[in-house]
Design a protein. Structure first.
Length: 428
């Protein structure tokens, strides 16, 4: 972690032209809660919002210099972070932030915040190997493998693969060791796995994994730090959970990033952000409908939305509903419409309310009532799983189940791989 050291207020002096003596101007408050973080030839500065500010000025100096320079003007008062790049590696820099407001065309600047230092440091590559068990033998000797025999009976180890980024994720030149995997989908030639930073320091990401080789390729950095629980692919666009909305961006962004051969690429903005009727904890796509549901401790409803205008700005029209069991974490659909969902709560079987399983259903899509309600029908089979099942996806004859358990040090049965389970065995 970078060294953080408060220092005296920088010597740079704001210069604002005062108003006439008859007018009293109150300068903005000085920004507080300044934090800095060193990355690869860059430093990230964050600060708390100042309510009466129109923007912010960022000042910087090297440790070898006593002179501060204004390196950035932030014109959007809602922007509370800035990355200073093109710095010298393994060098210490000091940063300070001031707020400003504009009155009658004149800029008035607050006092400068206390300066904070950070040292740049190289960012290591995103990890490809499993976090807990380095070999097949070690995985087979793990507590989860020995306890959950139903899972083992359905498992094809050779088609399973390590969850990338769990040891370290290179998030735009910053090291992150606290990513939590959430959702998974199959999109064209790739598996896409979402993760968010449990410490809230780094942006959420999508790990891109080769469908054929099951090996990690690159990382998509998303525009926010949201808990990206759901991800789905409609054949043209990738859909991502965004609170009580879902957001879309073109699949071509994935292929362009892979073809560029880069370690990561930042998605600057979504093509479309659409409000939905519930918190988007998980998502799945089938037959033109994007299904969106919320994690609930009791049975609830997930909503189906017809996807339109996929080639331009994607739209959603709510058309269907389907009941889902409590504690649903992820959903996917087979080519015949079979619904496969995961349920989970708790890190260990001794936890209150604990559950972790895969369930399968065959809904009656053709028999929707006049309101669009579709019956999922009775569960076909329930398979007990190790703790913290998350997203689920289907490729060919296998169902791929994602786990977040390797992130939690107090989980007694961690799984550090995406497990490939024979779909036919999940049905009967």
């Amino acid at each position: 972690m970078p060294t953080v050291t408060p220092t005296a207020t920088p010597t740079a002096t704001p210069t604002g032209t005062p108003l006439p003596a008859t007018t009293t101007v109150v300068k903005p408050s000085t920004p507080t809660s300044i934090t800095v973080r060193g990355g690869s030839k860059r430093v990230r500065v964050t600060w708390a919002a100042v309510s009466d500010a129109d923007g912010y000025f960022i000042y910087c100096r090297e440790s070898t210099s006593a002179v501060y320079s204004k390196v950035k003007t932030i014109t959007n008062p809602e922007t509370l972070t800035y990355d200073k790049t093109s710095l010298v590696q393994n060098a210490t820099y000091y940063f300070s932030v001031s707020a400003y407001k504009i009155v009658d065309g004149v800029t008035y600047e607050s006092a400068l915040s206390t300066a904070i230092s950070a040292k740049t440091q190289a960012a290591t590559k995103t990890s490809k190997t499993a976090k807990k068990y380095s070999s097949k033998t070690k995985f087979k000797n793990s507590p989860a493998y020995k306890k959950y025999t139903a899972m083992v009976n359905d498992l094809n180890y050779s088609k399973s693969f390590a969850i990338p980024g769990m040891k370290n994720t290179n998030v735009g030149g910053f090291n992150c060791t606290s990513m939590v995997p959430q959702g998974i989908t199959l999109a064209g030639s790739y598996f896409l796995i979402t993760a968010y930073d449990s410490k809230g320091l780094d942006y959420s990401v999508i790990y891109v994994v080769s469908r054929a080789s099951k090996s990690y390729i690159t990382t998509i950095i998303l525009p926010s730090k949201a808990k990206v629980g759901g991800i789905a692919y409609d054949g043209t666009n990738i859909w991502i959970s965004k609170g009580t909305s879902v957001a879309a961006f073109p699949y071509t962004f994935i292929t362009d990033t892979v073809n560029a051969g880069v370690a990561y690429k930042k998605l600057s903005a979504y093509t479309s952000v659409v409000p939905v009727l519930t918190t988007a904890s998980y998502m799945g796509y089938y037959d033109g409908i994007l299904w969106v549901g919320s994690y609930q401790t009791s049975s609830s409803t997930m909503y189906g939305y017809k996807v339109g205008s996929t080639a331009t700005v994607p739209t959603l029209t709510q058309t269907n509903t389907m009941s889902v069991p409590s504690k649903t974490q992820g959903i996917t659909f087979d080519s015949d419409g079979t619904l496969i969902l995961t349920r989970a709560c708790g890190k260990n079987p001794t936890d209150s309310g604990y559950i972790s399983q895969v369930r399968t259903y065959l809904p009656s899509y053709a028999s929707a009532d006049v309101t669009g309600k579709i019956l999922k029908n009775s569960v076909r089979k329930t398979t007990k799983m190790p703790p913290k099942t998350e997203g689920v996806a289907i490729y060919g004859t296998y169902t791929y189940v994602l786990f977040s358990s390797s992130h939690f040090s107090k989980c007694n049965y961690p799984i550090d791989r995406v497990l490939a389970l024979k779909t036919s065995k999940l049905l009967a």
